[in-house]
Design a protein around this ligand. Structure first.
Ligand SMILES: Nc1ncnc2c1ncn2[C@@H]1O[C@H](COP(=O)(O)O)[C@@H](OP(=O)(O)O)[C@H]1O
Ligand SMILES: [Mg+2]
Ligand SMILES: [Mg+2]
Ligand SMILES: [Mg+2]
Length: 341
């Protein structure tokens, strides 16, 4: 019996409850669907998959780099000047390689951040990764490693050593991909289009290159830029003496391989790599990941770690070593002022 003599019909109660539920649904559906969307975006990616994809991208970009060089259709242009006033060259090799590499990665993982040195206005390429992981990777890295997609930044250099590419100095030319997680470089791929060799490494995973047996930290052979050298020679002589052997070479990727035991051709066997001008993160991230995976270091000239998220700029120079006391080398370097080099 309801109070004050009102009788509730069961049908009325049911209709009332349904109306109430409808109202609640209406009020909360917006909230629920946006929560659901946010949940879906919390995607993960497997770093071993990203390594294999990076290798595939570097190889496919490398085919374009090689083809354009063989056909001698570089269509060399200038993108402008570096901070120090050197011409920044751009060729069809850089652009075609960018298209292959960038869209292969973007189409496979549309929700991760990919930063390439080059850009294009085309509609892109309809390529997707085959999901094939090379046996050499599977045997050295038996298990995948998941990370949140939003923590990943991929850096692409579709053609490193463009200057040397235009001079037909083929051995310096590489294509590179790097994967950083929360700004830390963890996967590095450096591919040589003209020998077909692909160097790869994953921090805490494995690598197909290794440090050499010995390095000379006291009287080192130092590898440096041949086309963006700045005042590197004086800087090195101040640290290690006037008779220090300095090896000018093209390409940031090449110079990292010259520190290692890479098997595809003869390298100069450098003990350290020093760069003093304004290099970008797509030039150095892959080498940094590779050295880190092998127990080595790449830092600014003050010994600071380089953060591979956010802006592409690295104004603090580069010191790269492996199997030697990196901090002791930093201490030997002259005081560093980025505005004076
Ligand atoms: N001061 C600078 N400003 C801009 N880019 C620089 C630079 N110094 C070096 N780089 C880039 O770093 C790479 C290696 O340089 P180097 O061969 O002189 O050691 C080259 O990459 P790209 O060829 O991909 O442009 C070069 O353009
Ligand atoms: Mg480069
Ligand atoms: Mg480049
Ligand atoms: Mg360039």
């Amino acid at each position: 019996m309801a109070p004050m003599g009102i009788r509730l019909s069961p049908l009325g109660v049911a209709v009332f409850c349904l109306l109430g539920l409808g109202l609640l649904y209406h009020l909360y559906s917006g909230v629920l669907s946006s929560r659901l969307a946010a949940f879906r975006q919390r995607k993960t990616v497997d770093l071993r998959d990203l390594l294999a994809l990076s290798m595939e991208a570097a190889v496919q970009g490398g085919w374009e780099v090689k083809r354009i060089r063989m056909e001698d259709t570089l269509e060399e242009k200038s993108k402008g000047k570096t901070k120090e006033g050197a011409l920044e060259k751009l060729t069809l090799g850089d652009l075609n390689s960018h298209r292959k590499m960038y869209y292969l990665i973007r189409n496979t993982y549309p929700y991760i951040q990919v930063n390439s040195e080059e850009h294009d206005n085309s509609d892109g390429e309809a390529t997707v990764w085959t999901r094939n992981i090379p046996d050499e990777v599977l045997s050295k890295i038996p298990e995948g490693k998941l990370v949140p997609a939003e923590s990943v930044t991929v850096w692409i250099d579709p053609l490193d050593a463009t200057q040397e590419y235009t001079e037909n100095l083929r051995k310096y030319v590489t294509t590179m991909v790097c994967v950083a997680v929360n700004g830390e470089p963890v996967v590095g791929v450096i591919h040589k289009p003209f020998t077909g060799f692909t160097a790869w490494a994953m921090v805490g995973g494995g690598a197909n290159v290794a440090p050499r047996d010995s390095y000379n930290a006291n009287a080192p052979k130092v590898i440096v830029s041949r086309s963006h050298a700045g005042k590197v020679k004086g800087f090195i002589q101040q640290a290690f003496g006037n008779n220090t052997e300095i090896i000018p070479a093209g390409g940031a990727g090449y110079k990292v391989l010259a520190l290692l035991d890479a098997s595809d051709e003869e390298y100069e066997k450098a003990d350290m790599y020093i760069h003093v001008t304004y290099i970008k993160k797509w030039d150095i991230c892959a080498g940094n990941a590779m050295l880190k995976a092998l127990g080595g270091h790449m830092t600014t000239l003050k010994g600071e770690e380089i953060d591979y998220s956010g802006s592409e700029k690295n104004p603090g120079g580069v010191l790269a070593t492996v199997s030697i006391d990196h901090d002791a080398v930093v201490k030997k370097l002259p005081a560093w002022d980025e505005n004076k080099n």
